[in-house]
Structures are given as C-alpha cells and as structure tokens.
Design a protein around this ligand. Sequence first.
Ligand SMILES: [Zn+2]
Length: 230
Amino acid sequence: MRPFLGSGLNYLSVMRLVLLGAPGSGKGTQSQRLIEHFGIPQISTGDLLRAAVKAGTPLGLAAKAIMDAGKLVDDRTMLGIIRERLAQPDAADGFILDGFPRTLAQAEALQKLLQELGTPLSAVVLLEVDYQVLVKRISGRRTCQDCGRIFNIHTAPPSDPPPCHGRCTTPKLIQRADDTEATVSKRLQVYDDQTRPLADFYLQCGLLRTIDGDGDPEVVTRRLISALEG
Ligand SMILES: [Zn+2]
C-alpha cells in the first residue's frame, strides 16, 4: 500500500500518465510539478536509451548498433526498454512517460504492453494552448549569452531589468534559431500532424483529459491535479 500523502481524497489511486503538449505548452514544467505532487518518477525514453547503452544491456547494445548505423531506434526496442524500466520498484506507484509515444503505432503498442503487464494508463493529458499564444511564448524567448539564463520579452518586458542583471553587467540577449517565428510555426505544424492522431486515439480509449494550458503555471498545475484526482 502506498502511504496516504497530502490532502487529496482520491489520492490512493496509482497515476500512470502520458502528457501531450506542443512546444512551448509548458509540458516540461507541468510534468516536473506532477512528479513532485504524486511522488512518481518521470520515465524519459531518451534518458532510458542513453542509460541502456551506457550499461551495455542486451537491449542497450541493440539500440547502440541501430543508432551507430544512423537509424532511429525501432518501436520494438523502445518498448523493450520501457518494459525493463517499468519493472523497477519506483514505477509501482505510477509514472509519467516522457518522449513516448510519438506515433499512433507506438501508442497502440504501448497500450498492449501495459495491458499485458496489468498496469494500464490512468490518463493521457493534453495541455492545450492557443497557437498564437505559443508562437508569442516561444518567439519571445531570449537567452543571455554570458550566463545562459532564459527569459521572455513578453513576460519580462525589455524595460524591466533582465533577470541576470547584477550577475552580468551587460546581459547579452540572443534568440535561438529554433525560436524564431517562422521556425516556431513549422515546429507547431509538425507537432500538430503527429499529435492529433494520438489525441484522437486516446479519446477513443476514454483516457484523454484536455487541460487549458494558458495562464499562470501554478493555476495550470491546479487544473491538472483536479482533473486527475477529481
Ligand atoms: Zn546573464
């Protein structure tokens, strides 16, 4: 039995989650907050892959051979790596999957695997943010070239002292090539093409919860938690 934590009344249930969200939707931030709230690990397929390769497990070696050949790791190998990770004790109370699934085929294979293991997903959360807001959020990002600190010209207007003011005498703010308005639209288009079918799939499975991702991160977290616990 997991200990009773916090004040949520429906807190005893296990949380096995997938978070879907466009670039700039705050998926990373919210994922971090849910991990803390529910006391569950984040299972990142990218991290798992790197760890398996480093540890030299049979799956890791297979993955390394595939990547060394300049190919993408196939779904079967990825699922094998996820299966191994889910067998770890800390995943018994739940998890948030990060970076997987990205395609419909992966989503279907994951459903099958979790069914086999008797650990089905609790919910799939779609963080929805208006595309115009996303474009503004991402294209407003600036990085200080000296200290690496990130801020936003919209949420911290140029008239304000930049966040690293005092540390850097003259903050040198640059925009990543990836964050220009033209690139952002393209990234959002790619996301839309890949993720829409996933959202539809999970809707049909009765797992999809769509959350308004606009507004203060604190408020968005409360929305998420009440949708998951409610
Ligand atoms: Zn700086």
